[in-house]
Design a protein around this ligand. Structure first.
Ligand code: AMP
Length: 364
């Protein structure tokens, strides 16, 4: 059985690593000759919308999936006309536009921050009279890891924030004074069975995920499961889906969802009975989904822009290192480490040690 993946970055690489024990082969389509999953399968080198390569991918892969959501939705639709493609193209199209995404979440009664669509500076000024300060201005499309975003603290910030956007369609939303950021990851197979992972508690800096920690028995688990299963059912979703949420005093507010395996679920490789990567494959192949039970307390720390030595990481008790085989560059995720521990204190110590290594090599 051959799995086609649009994109050959670290997510595709970890999907392939989870697929080998299941006897699966992989074929990737990626514009970069150096993409880090290339060594793990065949590589079709070229643009995502190259019709010749897409036809070849559809011809050779039994099922096609993707590792990132900025693949043009028309590409997923083209492939879907020729082969099985999961998750559905509609999920991709919705997640690519923050305005469409927030409208969709609201139709499902999944709360979001108050927001307004912005196409002109006048609209921004007008919207701020109802949204209020502080707020966040974001581009509607092509935004991830905090890119294309500005925090608005007062009317003085509006001209510079608007200039940064360079006229692209935008959305402005209330800045949520959250207590915690969490995400829920779930998998749904073709038959409609759903499994949920325990919440991940996430720490970001400059919009980029730094640390994710498994939270078995979190009091907000049930609410998060209700929201993500609503989303999955409405989209007739197949695969792994991640929903990022702000935890506030009286519940959860949705930020965005990602129709793919997610950085905040990397700890599931060592921390769950079945990783998100394996469950993604099981879901798109309509196999029984694996248990998502945590095997122990687990956390993950990202290495961004630089790397400690392998020995430095593995000296930390309970640490596992995942190198992505990428050349370090500013702002680039190049590896992560997972730590497992028997209790919260040991986990906190291990996270701190990994965090120090990550800080020494981070570039931002
Ligand atoms: P995003 O690209 O929308 O995931 O935003 C990246 C990060 O910016 C989030 O993980 C939050 O830390 C922060 N952020 C984005 N939107 C908001 C908001 N409305 N209120 C508070 N923080 C936000």
């Amino acid at each position: 059985m051959k799995i086609g993946i649009l994109g050959a970055g670290q997510l595709a690489r970890m999907i392939a690593l989870a697929g080998y024990p299941l006897g699966l082969d992989f074929i990737f389509l990626d514009p970069s000759a150096e993409a880090c999953a290339n060594k793990l399968g065949e590589h079709l080198h070229g643009d995502y919308n190259d019709p010749r390569l897409l036809a070849e991918l559809a011809e050779r892969a039994d099922v096609v999936t993707y590792e990132f959501e900025n693949v043009p939705a028309e590409v997923a639709e083209f492939l879907a006309a020729h082969t099985r493609v999961y998750p559905p193209a509609q999920a991709l199209a919705i997640a690519q536009d923050r305005l469409v995404e927030k409208n969709f979440l609201n139709t499902l009664a999944i709360p979001t921050p108050a927001y307004a669509a912005i196409d002109t500076f006048e609209q921004l000024v007008q919207a701020m009279s109802t949204i209020g300060y502080p707020a966040v201005l974001k581009s509607r499309t092509q935004g991830y890891d905090g890119k294309g975003q500005s925090i608005l603290k007062s009317a003085d910030n509006l001209p510079a924030a608007w200039k940064l956007l360079e006229g692209v369609p935008a959305i402005v939303e209330v800045f949520v004074p959250f207590n915690r950021e969490v995400s829920i990851i779930a998998a749904r197979n073709v038959s409609g069975d759903i499994v949920f992972y325990p919440l991940s508690e996430n720490t970001h800096r400059n919009g980029i995920l730094r640390i994710a920690e498994s939270k078995a028995d979190d009091p907000m688990q049930q609410q998060a499961e209700v929201y993500i299963s609503r989303l999955m059912t409405a989209l007739d979703y197949v695969g792994v889906l991640a929903l990022e949420l702000f935890a506030v005093d009286n519940g959860l507010i949705a930020n965005e969802f990602a129709p793919r395996v997610h950085n905040s679920g990397h700890w599931t490789i060592e921390g769950s009975e079945t990783s998100q990567f394996e469950n993604h494959l099981r879901a798109i192949l309509d196999l029984p989904l694996g248990s998502t039970a945590t095997v122990t307390k687990t956390a993950m720390v990202n290495f961004i822009g630089g790397l400690p030595t392998t020995k430095q990481v593995l000296t930390i008790p309970g640490a596992h290192l995942h190198l992505y085989d990428k050349v370090p560059r500013k702002g680039r995720k190049v590896a992560h480490a997972t730590v497992r521990a028997e209790n919260t204190e040991q986990l906190a110590i291990a996270i701190e040690k990994l965090g120090i290594l990550a800080e020494k090599t981070h570039d931002s």
